[in-house]
Design a protein around this ligand. Structure first.
Ligand SMILES: O=C(O)CCC(=O)C(=O)O
Length: 272
């Protein structure tokens, strides 16, 4: 760089949740909708683009990991060739930048922070609140249909929520259980590079979000298990793995040894 040049980085304004999920930008639920995440898809997504992957596909049966009851892993859930169009599609989507890692929330967002002076009842209500977001786009429906065709979800009760997380070296997610507000299973697809997911056994099921700090305070037994999530794999959390074990993506600056390492995960959740 030219010795005389001083570069100043513009302070980036942290956007609020309202700026991401402002009421005006949210599709209105249809009158007969059962949940805030059900919209008239014909109005918002017409004509429907083709799903990026076909629903049917043969892959090995899920491998159960018996050391964490309720945990199973489907390696090669999608092929390397199927990953590229999904990654390209996600790159066209609006990403949230209010956390260290970039995220996209489809269906809704939750884990909202109650104000400090909130009463226990207000706190509980805020912690159960979901702010509606744009529905899971049709391009990603092939992933959902593939999970349905392999018996992970029922056709009449498909996941309506999906969080996309983009992890670069140094990014992670602190240990937490899956929000009790949702049903099981919770399924997470790994695109790009693989990584370990670390599981911690709790003394008893304990619902607590990372944001509120409650997850960090949950009492652990000390049993821990690292599970490798290969590229293209789907990790399936049910039973104790979903209610009684916390999961974590450990932050590590040296992941990929500086060679452009990146893991993108799509985590699907279903209404109770
Ligand atoms: O990256 C993952 O596979 C897990 C993401 C996760 O736990 C979450 O979004 O709550």
């Amino acid at each position: 760089m030219d010795q005389g040049t001083i570069t100043t980085s513009q302070p980036t304004k942290k956007r609020t949740l309202d700026e991401y999920f402002g009421q005006a930008k949210r599709p209105k639920p249809t009158p007969d909708s059962k949940s805030p995440s059900t919209y008239d898809l014909r109005a918002t997504l017409s004509p429907l683009p083709a799903p990026l992957i076909p629903a049917t596909h043969s892959f090995p049966l899920p491998e159960a990991d018996l050391s964490v009851p309720g945990l199973s892993l489907v390696h090669k859930f999608i092929t390397p060739a199927e990953q590229s169009p999904i990654i390209n599609f996600l790159s066209t989507q609006p990403w949230r930048t209010d956390l260290a890692r970039r995220t996209i929330h489809y269906g809704g967002t939750y884990c909202l922070m109650p104000p400090r002076n909130a009463s226990p009842a207000e706190r509980a209500a805020i912690e159960r609140t979901i702010i509606t977001a744009a529905p899971i786009p049709h391009e990603l429906q092939g992933i959902i249909d593939r999970m349905v065709s392999h018996g992970l979800y029922r056709n009449d009760k498909k996941p309506a929520y999906c969080i996309v997380n983009e992890y670069l070296p140094g990014h992670g997610i602190s240990a937490h259980v899956e929000n009790f507000r949702f049903d099981e299973p919770v399924c997470s697809l790994t695109l790009g590079d693989g990584d370990f997911m670390r599981f911690h056994e709790l003394s008893q099921p304990d619902d607590g979000s990372v944001r509120s700090g409650k997850a960090a305070k949950a009492q652990k037994t000390g049993r821990r298990k690292d599970v490798w999530l290969s590229s293209g794999s789907l990790v399936v959390l049910s039973g104790d793995a979903r209610w009684r074990w916390q999961h974590e993506i450990v932050r590590g600056k040296s992941k990929g040894n500086g060679k452009g390492w990146k893991r993108v995960s799509l985590t699907f959740r279903v209404e109770k």
